[in-house]
Design a protein around this ligand. Structure first.
Ligand SMILES: NC(=O)c1ccc[n+]([C@@H]2O[C@H](COP(=O)([O-])OP(=O)(O)OC[C@H]3O[C@@H](n4cnc5c(N)ncnc54)[C@H](OP(=O)(O)O)[C@@H]3O)[C@@H](O)[C@H]2O)c1
Length: 329
C-alpha cells in the first residue's frame, strides 16, 4: 500500500521518525517521505546519514497550522510523532507542552482534513492512560482529538487512528543507558525509585511494526496497543550488574509504580488479535458494535492491561541478553 505513496512524518528527525523512515525506504517503493520538524541541523545530519532521493525536508513547527497545510499538500499518509515528551520538562513548562502536544494535534487534524490526507496515525503513550503528569494529560487530549476527528471528517475520507506504546528500550535518557553509564563509572548500588516497580518492554522495531499494522488495518477511531512483555526494574538492574545493590530513592512526582495501556473501562471496547489489541472508539457506537461482534477475540470480564498484571514477563537472563545488544537511539 505504500508503493508510490507520499508519506509525511512530523518529528521525522526523532527516534521514531528516523527509524521509521529507514524502514519505509528499505521495504517499500515510496514516492517520497517528507520529514517535518523544527531544527535544521538535525535535518542536515539526517540527510548526511541517509542520502536518498526520495527524502524531502520541511522545516516547520506543528504549532503553525499554515505551515502544516503547505507541507500536507499531496500527502497520502501522515505519521504524527512530533511531541514534547520529557515528563519533568512538560511539568515545568505546561503551556509549551500544551502548545506542541494539544494545539499541534489540532493543527495536524485540520491540515490533514483540508489537504485530503488518506490516513493519519498519531503516536500515543501509556502515560496517556489514567494520566498523573502533564505529559500524559496532553497526550490523552491529543488522543481524544484524533479519535473525535473521525466524526467530523465528513465525506472527505480522511481517517485518524492511534498507536500506543510504552517507553522504548534504549531511547535517549531512558533507564538502560542511565544504568549502563552509572556502572561504567564504577557505581555498584543502582538507584531504584521503588523495588516493586514494573514496566513494559518495547523495542523501536516493535513500535514501527505496530504503526505499519495501524496504517494497513485502521478504518478510523482505533487505538492499537502492542502485546509486549513486562519486567521488574530490579531485574533490569541485575541484568546490567548481576551483584548490584539498590538505593531506593522513592517514587518521583508524576511517576507510576506500574504502567497501564488498557483500563477495565476500555477493555469493554477492546478486541484481542494475535500480536496486538485494538480499542475501538466509543463515539461511533453503531459502527463499534458491528466491529466488536465481527472481529478479534473478546476479553474476559475485568480485564485490564498493565505492566504488573501482564502474563508475559522477561527474566534477568533475557533482559541481560537484550541489554547487551541494545542500540541507543
Ligand atoms: N520514545 C519513547 O519512549 C516513546 C514512548 C511512547 C510514546 N512515544 C511517542 O512517540 C512519539 C515520538 O517520540 P520520539 O521518541 O521519536 O521523540 P524524539 O526522539 O524526542 O523526537 C521528537 C521529534 O519531534 C520534533 N518536534 C518536537 N517539537 C516539535 C514541534 N513543535 N514541531 C515540529 N516538530 C517537533 C523533534 O525535532 P525538532 O526538535 O527539530 O523539531 C523530533 O524530530 C512522541 O509522540 C512520543 O510521545 C515515545
Amino acid at each position: 500500500m505504500f508503493n508510490g505513496a507520499s508519506i509525511l512524518i512530523t518529528g521525522g528527525t526523532g527516534s521514531f521518525g528516523k527509524n521509521c523512515t529507514k524502514h519505509l525506504l528499505a521495504n517499500y517503493d515510496v514516492k517520497k517521505i517528507i520529514i517535518f520538524s523544527r531544527d535544521e541541523y538535525k535535518q542536515f545530519m539526517f540527510k548526511q546519514e541517509l542520502p536518498d532521493h526520495r527524502l524531502r525536508f520541511f522545516v516547520g513547527d506543528v504549532r503553525d497550522k499554515y505551515r502544516l497545510k503547505r507541507a500536507f499538500d499531496g500527502v497520502d499518509y501522515v505519521l504524527h510523532a512530533a511531541a514534547m515528551k520529557q515528563v519533568p520538562t512538560c511539568e515545568y513548562n505546561p503551556i509549551e507542552a500544551i502548545k506542541t502536544n494539544v494545539d499541534g494535534a489540532t493543527n495536524v487534524v485540520e491540515a490533514a482534513l483540508d489537504a485530503g490526507v488518506k490516513k493519519v496515525i498519531a503516536l500515543s503513550t501509556d502515560k496517556a492512560v489514567n494520566p498523573i503528569n502533564l505529559y500524559g494529560g496532553t497526550k490523552l487530549l491529543s488522543d481524544k482529538l484524533f479519535i473525535a476527528a473521525n466524526s467530523y471528517a465528513g465525506g472527505k475520507g480522511t481517517t485518524f487512528a492511534i498507536v500506543r506504546y510504552g517507553n522504548v528500550a534504549g531511547s535517549r535518557g531512558s533507564v538502560i543507558p542511565y544504568f549502563q553509564n552509572l556502572v561504567k563509572n564504577g557505581i555498584r548500588n543502582l538507584p531504584i525509585t521503588d523495588q516493586r516497580m514494573t514496566r513494559f518492554w518495547i523495542g523501536i522495531d516493535n513500535g514501527i511494526e505496530l504503526v505499519m499494522k495501524a496504517l494497513e488495518f485502521s478504518r478510523g477511531g482505533e487505538t492499537f496497543v502492542s502485546k509486549i512483555p513486562s519486567f521488574k526494574v530490579t531485574d533490569l538492574a541485575r541484568a546490567i550488574l548481576p551483584d548490584c545493590g539498590f538505593d531506593e530513592i522513592g517514587i518521583r512526582e508524576g511517576e507510576k509504580l506500574h504502567e497501564i495501556m488498557i483500563t477495565k473501562a476500555d477493555a469493554k471496547f477492546t478486541r484481542e488479535f494475535d500480536d496486538y489489541y485494538v480499542i475501538y472508539s466509543h463515539l461511533d457506537i453503531d459502527h463499534v458494535s458491528t466491529v466488536l461482534k465481527s472481529s478479534g477475540k473478546e476479553l474476559p470480564e475485568g480485564f485490564s492491561y498493565s505492566s504488573d498484571s501482564n502474563t508475559w514477563w522477561l527474566g534477568v537472563d533475557e533482559l541481560s541478553e537484550l541489554c547487551q545488544n541494545i542500540k541507543i537511539i
